[in-house]
Ligand binder design. Structure first.
Ligand SMILES: C[S@@+](CC[C@H](N)C(=O)[O-])C[C@H]1O[C@@H](n2cnc3c(N)ncnc32)[C@H](O)[C@@H]1O
Length: 397
């Protein structure tokens, strides 16, 4: 039986401006699509990252210091769609900017590049366009989580591993907040920034290979890795083996296909899109979306984790919610998905389901149209699952 998820009381905490990559250096300089945001306030970030207490008593638990609004899964009232459908207009183009060409010899397919190391494993592109999208997406996570980077009740973490670090933006922010912690970010693709905190290093590595780390970690973090692994149960076992007793694993991910509270997603290309991606990914041997993230708890339990908690957040597909906070998340997410859509579909639908590029293009256009349609009250469930390696049992393996 899982402990009940605590429901935080919302209070105001400044939300950091989005951080975008420019020539391998992270900087805050993007225009949000809607309201202007407060500048990043590191004291607020630190405070917001203080963990919540677990329901059961535990010697390694910090008490919360401050709470911010969270986008937990809930029933959302939709705004009257007669107020206008154009949530974004041309903003999408101004927020996401393609930068320099890659200097690496990546696989090139349909105008996108893919990682070269362990070619073919990961089905989303690794080009600048995707990197910019990942950094924008990091901002949506901060907004969704009330500025937190994680929910595990950490106490003075000393060694942290970020699996599938992407552009490294989470690892950079974590290392900045915990200068006493040695942080390692691993990924199949290079391209992480070189100007990083001194306590952070990036490695090109495959998380499906044996983990050959000198010392165990006291925090392992994996965000948006659904679709990346063939044997997720193995991943959880490896994470367990590479944690200190008492150390925490936290997985932050997405659900797919999209859901809605009122059935307006039924029969749409948007819903079909999620179903097709799941089907294609399964065919390629790497389950994604809810076919993966719905099993995290059982896989963690099987690996021996305890004190497992689940929090489910939501990312509306556009600005359809009436609530201004959820509307803002939806508007950011609309940019995020529109920008990523071609990349999500190309390799999966061509390699996985044998579609032609032209067929993918037509389908992407239809799904894009649904993503702009505020009469479709859809959302992505965004689950966070975290659990602890027990102290009392030194290991199951
Ligand atoms: C969706 S991105 C998420 C990036 C980052 N965690 C974030 O939240 O911004 C997934 C990342 O996992 C990496 N990846 C996929 N399979 C991997 C593997 N087997 N080992 C290491 N990294 C992997 C990809 O290269 C990509 O950068």
């Amino acid at each position: 039986m899982l402990p009940e998820t605590p429901t935080p009381e919302p209070i105001d905490v400044p939300v950091g401006a989005p951080v975008f990559r420019h020539n391998n250096v992270h900087s805050s300089q993007a225009e949000p699509p809607v309201a202007s945001f407060g500048l990043d306030d590191s004291s607020a970030v630190d405070a917001a990252n203080q963990p919540e207490a677990l329901p059961q008593s535990s010697h390694d638990v910090h008490q919360p210091v401050q709470e911010a609004q969270l986008a937990e899964e809930q029933h959302l009232e939709a705004e009257d769609s007669s107020e206008g459908d154009s949530a974004l207009g041309s903003d999408a183009a101004s927020v996401t900017t393609s930068l320099s060409e890659s200097i690496y010899n990546y696989r090139q397919e349909h105008g996108r590049t893919y990682h070269a190391y362990k070619d073919g494993k990961y089905i989303f592109p690794n080009d600048e366009r995707e990197a910019d999208r990942l950094d924008l997406q990091n901002h949506i996570f901060r907004l969704t989580f009330g500025n937190r980077l994680f929910f595990s009740p950490l106490k003075d973490p000393r060694r942290c591993l970020d699996i599938g670090t992407g552009t490294g933006i989470w690892a950079v922010e974590f290392a900045d907040n915990y200068p006493e912690c040695q942080v390692t970010g691993i990924d199949l693709s290079p391209g992480q920034p070189t100007l990083v905190p001194p306590n952070l290093k990036f490695l090109i590595d495959d998380a499906e290979d044996l983990w050959l780390y000198d010392e165990p970690f006291d925090f392992i973090h994996a965000r948006l890795m659904a679709g990346c692994f063939t044997h997720w149960a193995n991943f959880f076992r490896r994470a367990y083996q590479n944690l200190e007793p008492g150390g925490w694993l936290e997985v932050q991910d997405y659900g797919l296909p999209v859901k809605s509270g009122d059935g307006t997603h039924l029969g749409t290309d948007l819903l079909r899109w999620g179903q097709l991606l799941c089907q294609a990914s399964m065919k390629l041997g790497r389950p994604l979306g809810s076919e993966c993230s719905d099993h995290y708890v059982e896989w963690m339990q099987a690996a021996g984790f305890v004190d497992i908690q689940v929090k489910v957040f939501m990312w509306p597909t556009n600005g359809w919610p009436k609530d201004p906070y959820m509307k803002e998340i939806g508007r950011w997410n609309q940019i995020n998905i529109l920008e990523g859509l071609e990349g999500f579909c190309l390799a999966l639908l061509t390699r996985g389901l044998g579609w032609k590029k032209e067929e993918v293009d037509v389908f992407v256009a239809k799904v894009s149209s649904d993503l702009r349609n505020r009469r479709i009250h859809a959302y992505f469930p965004m689950p966070v699952v975290f659990g602890r390696r027990p102290i009392e049992r030194a290991g199951l393996f």
